[in-house]
Design a protein around this ligand. Structure first.
Ligand code: ATP
Length: 400
């Protein structure tokens, strides 16, 4: 197996790291890539007020997750766990013990590669791993890298490969920290990383979470879930806006409800129960055992408790999984947007989509009828609110 190791301080991890990592993986044919955040970088001092090691690790996880290659891209906390300076030679020794039969490839940008001979034990680094170097800016020429590669080869027996990146993102974490302090720079970060920065007030950002712009709210919400769910969340928000436009609801609120509706989707049951406890959310016996059912209630609690949404958005999120009798217009919109957003694909979807724009309650009836039938088929207990919603919408459509 060919394993790439991409070390760095990642304070914060940015698109320069991710883009170069992706291209290098392809160019070198790597089976795996390990991002390796440094605990105590030997060549840099972490600026005062830097995030904690755990926060750097979490940002790196979010950044790596945004590459959507979960089987090939991993994070290693080897250097964060190790005491003392994070020397690459020690890391490669450890990795070589774990992967004795695999090829290790150490990836680096120009700045690191050109100074490698000054690092601790360069001969060990060069004997344990192939080196792959790429440019960080347009000014870094391939020739410069070739010369250094030749020198490292002659001096330490290094095997060096220069990777030509088809696209260079000329940004550094230092520049980004400065930009973030001024409220700029989000375009250089994966959305989840930017949201995490805002939520934790890192790098001098002082976002008021209860009064975020749509863009910042989106980033915060996306930072709470796996990247594979992002398309669905954005799909629901977009669909909710279209339905709101069609049926005369508040588009802004529909967007925010859609953006936040799944924000607690990946929390473990324990964490969901803790949120219920904190915000005084009442739950029944069925919900107590089922994180899937709970996420709509905890999502609503977080939306209100952390992001300050109003009652209309709160209940739309609260009932987006089960529905209920006497649903408000916003509740119907979010329930149905979740059902028919553009990433969905199931039999009957086109009919349901058409109904949702012709006759909202007819769409609602079809949605609940399909849900109930599906739950029955799978032998899942039907929540009283869902049965209640179906009975209510049927009655309601019959009229007096
Ligand atoms: P700082 O500004 O704090 O020094 P940095 O942006 O250089 O940070 P590091 O985490 O120190 O980021 O870098 C880790 C690795 O990523 C290094 O090998 C570096 O050369 C490479 N790298 C950093 N930025 C880019 C970029 N924009 N394009 C390609 N490689 C990059």
């Amino acid at each position: 197996m060919k394993i790439g190791i991409y070390g760095g301080t990642f304070n914060p991890p940015h698109l320069g790291h991710l883009t170069s990592a992706r291209f290098a993986m392809e160019a070198l044919g790597l089976d795996k890539l390990l991002f390796m955040p440094a605990g105590t970088p030997p060549h840099k001092v972490l600026p005062e007020g830097s995030p904690t090691p755990e926060q750097r690790l979490r940002m790196m996880e979010l950044a790596a997750d945004s590459m959507l290659l979960p089987d090939r891209v991993e994070i290693s906390d080897l250097e964060l766990q190790r005491e003392g300076k994070s020397f690459t030679s020690d890391t490669l020794r450890q990795l070589h013990e774990v992967f004795p039969d695999d090829e290790l490839w150490f990836l680096m940008g120009t700045d690191m590669f050109l100074t490698l001979h000054k690092w601790h034990e360069p001969e060990v680094i060069c004997s344990l791993a192939h080196l792959a170097a790429f440019a960080r800016t347009e000014k870094d020429t391939g020739e410069m890298l070739e010369i250094q590669g030749k020198y490292l080869g002659e001096t330490y027996g290094a095997s060096c490969t220069v990777v030509q990146l088809p696209r260079i993102i000329p940004v550094s974490s230092t520049q980004l920290r400065e930009l973030l302090r001024k409220g700029e720079g989000r375009q250089y970060l994966a959305p989840g990383v930017y949201g995490y920065v805002l939520r934790h007030g890192l790098y001098g950002t002082k976002a008021d979470l209860k009064h975020l712009s749509d863009e910042d709210l989106k980033a915060c919400s996306l930072s709470m879930v796996h990247a594979k769910r992002h398309a669905h969340i954005l799909g629901v928000a977009g669909e909710a806006v279209r339905l709101a436009e069609r049926w005369g609801a508040d588009k802004e609120k529909a967007y925010r409800a859609g953006i936040l509706h799944d924000c607690t989707k990946y929390l473990e049951l324990e964490a969901q129960l803790a949120i219920c406890q904190k915000y005084g959310v009442e739950i029944d016996e069925l919900e107590r055992k089922d994180a899937k059912l709970l996420h709509s209630k905890t999502g609503a609690a977080i939306a209100r408790g952390e992001y300050g949404v109003d009652e209309e958005i709160y209940t739309a999120i609260f009932y987006h999984t089960t529905g209920r009798a006497n649903m408000t217009l916003m509740e119907k919109i979010i329930y149905l947007a979740d059902y028919i957003e553009p990433n969905r694909d199931f039999e009957g979807l086109e009919t349901l989509r058409r109904l949702c724009y012709e006759d909202l309650d007819a769409g609602l009836e079809m949605g609940f009828a399909m849900s109930v039938a599906d739950l029955k088929r799978r032998g899942v207990v039907i929540h009283a609110n869902t049965q209640g919603a179906l009975d209510w919408v049927r009655e309601h459509r019959k009229g007096p």
